[in-house]
Design a protein around this ligand. Structure first.
Ligand code: NAP
Length: 461
C-alpha cells in the first residue's frame, strides 16, 4: 500500500487516545489496508505472517511477527486470509482459545461452500469467538477513503461481547456497524458482495423484453406496412419516431407495474381474509423491486421528454409543415383554427408536463438520502398518493393523445392497434381495480385485515 495515500483518507477519526492492540493475520492487500486505517484510528497493530520480514508496503508503525507470537499480543485477531488457507489455524487452536477471531473473507461464487467461511472458521477453532465483519468493505476503499458507498459494515456472531468489541472498532474507523444477528447470518453477508444489482435484474430484463416487442411492433406498423402498401420509405423512423413511441409506452407500463403488485396483494388479502399468510414468492420478489421498476420507468419518461424536445428541428417534421403550407397556398385554402383540437393538444401536453414533474418527484424521494429524511407517513404519502396521481396523469396524457383515434379503422394496421393503445392496458386495469378497492365494502375489511384482523384464524400459517 502506498504510504502517501494515508493522507488522502477522508474519514480519519480521532487518534488522540491510544486504543488496544489488534492483531491481523495476513499481510495481503486487505490486511495492510485495514492495518493502516487502524493505526490512523489510534490502534496498535501487530501482523501475524508466514514471513516476519517487514516490507515497505507494511504500515511503518506496525509490528510483523509469526502467527503464534502475534496472536498472543491481542484479544482480537482479524483473519485477512483466503478461506482455503484456514487450515494453518488448527495447530494454533490453543493460542487462539478465547480470542475474538474476525472473519473478513469473501468467496468467488454465491453459496460456494455448504457452510459460511465464518462457520467453517468456528469449526476449525472451536474455542474462539468468531465474528463476521468487514467483508463488504474493499481494500481500495479503505486505502483511498472513498467509503461513501460502503460505509455500512455488516457484523454477525454468536458471542455478544465479541460482537460489541468488533462493532466498537468499526465505529472507531468511521464506519457504521449493522448487527445482523448470530453467525447463521454469515452466509448471507458473504453472498452480499457477490450479488450484481439483484433488485435490478427483473426490471432490466422486463424492460429489454418490452423494448424488443414494441420495437418490432412499431417497425411493422410504421415502416414495413407503408413500404409494402405505399412503397414509402420511412426507415428513418427507427432513429427518433419509434424510440419516442417506445419510451412513453415503457414509462407508463412500468409505472403501472409498480402499483399492480400492491393491488394484487390487496385482492389476495381480501380473498384469504388475513395478512398473516405469505404471498406467493413471485409477488414478494415483484414487490421488492418496485423502486427499481419505478426508476427504470422514470428513465424512459426522461428519454421521451428529450425525444419530444427535438421534434420541431426534425427534417421530416419541417418538411411536413412546409409542404402543408405550400399545398394550402397552391389551393388557395386556409385551415381555420380548430379550438377543440387546440384544447386537446394543450391538455395532452399539460398532463404530460405535470405527470413528468410528479414522476421526477417520486424518483427523488426514492433516493436514500431523501427518504431517510422523511418519516414513514410522509414516504407513504409520496410513494402511494403522489404515485397514483402520477399514474392517473400519465394515463390521461396518453388517453388524450389518442383521443378518438381508436375509433378510426385507419388506426388498425394489419389488425394491429396503435402501440399507445397497448400501453393503456396495464395502467387502466390498475386504476380501475384500485378504484373498486376504494369502495367502503372492500376498503373497510381490507383496512381491518391490515390491522391484524383475521376472517378464519385457523387457516393462517
Ligand atoms: P491477498 O492479497 O491474497 O492476501 C492474503 C494473505 O494471506 C497473504 O498476503 C498471505 O499473508 C496470507 N496467506 C496466503 N497463503 C497463505 C497460507 N497458505 N497460509 C497462511 N497464510 C497465507 O488477499 P486479500 O485481498 O488481502 O484478501 C484477504 C481476505 O480478505 C480474503 O479472505 C478476502 O476475501 C478478504 N477481503 C478482501 C477484500 C479486498 O478488497 N481485497 C475486501 C473484503 C474482504 P502473509 O504472506 O503475511 O502470510
Amino acid at each position: 500500500m502506498n504510504k502517501n495515500s494515508s493522507n488522502k483518507m477522508a474519514l480519519a477519526p480521532n487518534t488522540s487516545k491510544k486504543k488496544e492492540t489488534v492483531c491481523i493475520f495476513g499481510t495481503g492487500d486487505f490486511g495492510r489496508a485495514l492495518g493502516h486505517k487502524m493505526i490512523q484510528s489510534g490502534y496498535s497493530v501487530v501482523f501475524g505472517s508466514r514471513s516476519t520480514q517487514t516490507s515497505s508496503l507494511i504500515p511503518k508503525d506496525a509490528e510483523v511477527l509469526s502467527h503464534a507470537e502475534a496472536a498472543q499480543k491481542a484479544a482480537i485477531i482479524i483473519i485477512a486470509i483466503q478461506r482455503q488457507h484456514y487450515n494453518f489455524l488448527t495447530p494454533l487452536a490453543e493460542i487462539l482459545h478465547g480470542k475474538v477471531l474476525v472473519d473478513v473473507s469473501n468467496n468467488l461464487k454465491i453459496n460456494q461452500y455448504p457452510e459460511s467461511n465464518a462457520e467453517y472458521l468456528a469449526q476449525l477453532v472451536p474455542g474462539a469467538k468468531v465474528v463476521k465483519a468487514f467483508n463488504t468493505v474493499s481494500a481500495w476503499a479503505l486505502q483511498s477513503g472513498t467509503l461513501d458507498a460502503s460505509r455500512q459494515v455488516f457484523v454477525c456472531g454468536d458471542d455478544m461481547e465479541a460482537k460489541q468489541m468488533v462493532m466498537d472498532i468499526v465505529r472507531a474507523l468511521g464506519l457504521t456497524p449493522l448487527d445482523k444477528g448470530s453467525l447463521l447470518a454469515a452466509q448471507e453477508i458473504e453472498n452480499y458482495p457477490l450479488q450484481l444489482f439483484p433488485m435490478w435484474k427483473f426490471p432490466i430484463l422486463l424492460s429489454l423484453g418490452l423494448v424488443t416487442f414494441f420495437f418490432f411492433y412499431c417497425l411493422i406498423r410504421n415502416v414495413i406496412y407503408p413500404y409494402v402498401y405505399e412503397k414509402k420509405d420511412f426507415s428513418f423512423f427507427i432513429a427518433i419516431s419509434i424510440p419516442n413511441r417506445i419510451c412513453p409506452i415503457l414509462a407508463l407500463t412500468l409505472l403501472a407495474l409498480v402499483y399492480l403488485p400492491g393491488v394484487l396483494a390487496a385482492i389476495i388479502q381480501l380473498y384469504r381474509g388475513t395478512k398473516y399468510r405469505r404471498f406467493p414468492d413471485w409477488l414478494d420478489k415483484w414487490m421488492l423491486c418496485r423502486k427499481q421498476l419505478g426508476l427504470v420507468a422514470l428513465a424512459f419518461a426522461s428519454l421521451h421528454v428529450l425525444y419530444t424536445l427535438v421534434i420541431p428541428i426534425r427534417s421530416f417534421v419541417r418538411w411536413r409543415i412546409s409542404s402543408r403550407t405550400v399545398s394550402q397556398a397552391l389551393n388557395n385554402e386556409t385551415e381555420p383554427l380548430n379550438t377543440t383540437n387546440a384544447w386537446l393538444s394543450d391538455s395532452y401536453l399539460a398532463l404530460g408536463i405535470l405527470g413528468f414533474f410528479l414522476f421526477v418527484l417520486l424518483g427523488i424521494t426514492s433516493l436514500p438520502s431523501v427518504s431517510n429524511n422523511v418519516n414513514w407517513r410522509e414516504f407513504r404519502f409520496v410513494q402511494s398518493k403522489l404515485g397514483y396521481l402520477t399514474l392517473i396523469l400519465c394515463t390521461a396524457h396518453t388517453l388524450v393523445y389518442g383521443g378518438n383515434r381508436f375509433l378510426r379503422p385507419s388506426s388498425y394496421v394489419w389488425y394491429l392497434p396503435s402501440a399507445y393503445m397497448l400501453s393503456l392496458i396495464v395502467p387502466c386495469i390498475v386504476l380501475v381495480v384500485k378504484f373498486v378497492l376504494l369502495f367502503p365494502c372492500l376498503d373497510k375489511p381490507l383496512t381491518r385485515i391490515r390491522q391484524g384482523w383475521e376472517r378464519n384464524p385457523q387457516y393462517s400459517e
